[in-house]
Design a protein around this ligand. Structure first.
Ligand code: SF4
Length: 354
């Protein structure tokens, strides 16, 4: 049995080449791209401005795998929705939609980049299950399609405005597929999402950050920091033993200098662990004079991690200390705790919600 080409993960140029291989003009490839990503076509047969004979030839060699939603959970706020999606090989992944109606209205899709994760961060549910495999670019796009379909007319009707790679997996460990996804999201004839609205979050893979600095893909970089000493970061995030702070922070500095884009540092406040005055001082020292922003995240509870978050007043006081030291910092809104959809709470096989 021959495997058919998955059209959804192909860049416009690759679709043009496919069209030429099938005896058509290159512009047919761009038409297919628009059908899939701007008009959200569910199958080749509906691409009505392609000649019927071409559609038939295309369907023999290529396909658009269906979106399979296995489960859907809506948070009490009604604005955060988590989907469990089934993949062709029987694996499943989670992704989250966050609708913001106040101030800057936006619909953010939080996407996974891997089935599970090998990084083993101690506060994270995904890391507890290990890594199964990387996702393909098509499976990355599939999540945004499924989440877009959740939006009602009054909520922007299918319009995902922001993408964050903060779901399951370490995106820089699946660099090629994630970058392909990013280019498809950014293409104006497809999703048309500007680079300022696409954020990749890493646990600190230094060679990946250096590659981003060299290649400058259209995205914003966020780094999960969570500790200002190697001693503590080694415990929270095992990747720190491979890429300690004295390598990670200079790599982030170089990224900011080369790209001219600021780096966002994520810092989950954990009661009695990294929430002291000296931690705030250490953070200010580490990031001094860097184009940087610090997101303070009240920790989301994960069963079995043993960690507790801090009260809102303590989080505000921590932010104030950073600001006094000259850092740009804010508390990040954390959504969906009641459906285990907040940061670090996604699992690759949420059988418990089926
Ligand atoms: S926090 Fe991110 S990098 Fe760490 S284990 Fe969880 S998914 Fe992996």
């Amino acid at each position: 049995m021959t495997t058919r080409i998955d059209l959804r993960g192909l860049l416009p140029q690759e679709l043009e080449e496919l069209a030429v291989r099938l005896g058509e003009a290159p512009y047919r490839g761009r038409q297919i791209f628009r059908w899939m990503h701007a008009r959200r076509a569910k199958g080749i047969e509906v691409m009505s401005d392609l000649p019927r004979a071409f559609r038939e030839r295309l369907a023999l060699v290529a396909e658009l795998p269906p979106v399979r939603v296995l489960n859907r959970l809506v948070a009490a706020d009604g604005l955060t929705r988590k989907l469990l999606l089934g993949l062709g090989d029987g694996n499943s992944i989670e992704c989250v939609l966050m609708i913001y109606k106040d101030g800057r209205r936006r619909n953010t899709a939080c996407l996974s980049s891997q089935v599970g994760c090998a990084m083993g961060c101690s506060f994270c549910a995904t890391g507890q299950g290990g890594l199964q495999r990387n996702l393909t670019a098509s499976e990355i796009i599939l999540q945004a399609l499924a989440l877009g379909a959740e939006l009602a007319e009054g909520e922007g009707g299918n319009r995902i405005s922001n993408i964050v790679f903060m779901g399951m997996g370490e995106p820089l460990n699946n660099y090629e597929a994630v970058m392909k996804g990013v280019r498809i999201f950014e293409d104006p004839s497809g999703w048309g999402i500007s680079h300022r609205r696409i954020t990749l979050s890493t646990c600190g893979i230094v060679p990946g950050i250096e590659r981003l600095a060299r290649e400058k893909p259209p995205l914003e970089l966020a780094v999960s920091l969570h500790a200002v000493t190697n001693e503590l970061r080694d415990k929270l995030m095992p990747i720190n033993r491979r890429y300690p702070l004295e390598e990670l922070i200079p790599a982030c500095r170089r990224y900011a200098e080369i790209t001219g884009r600021r780096v966002t540092f994520e810092y989950a406040l954990i009661a009695g662990v990294n929430d002291r005055r000296e931690d705030a001082r250490g953070l200010s020292r580490l990031l001094r004079d860097m184009l940087a922003f610090v997101n303070i995240i009240p920790l989301n509870p994960v069963a079995g991690s043993g960690f507790k978050g801090v009260p809102p007043a303590a989080a505000r006081a921590f932010v104030a200390l950073l600001q006094e030291a000259g850092l740009e910092a804010a508390i990040r809104d954390s959504r969906g705790q009641d459906i285990a959809a907040a940061c670090g709470q996604l699992r690759f096989a949420s059988r418990e919600v089926l």
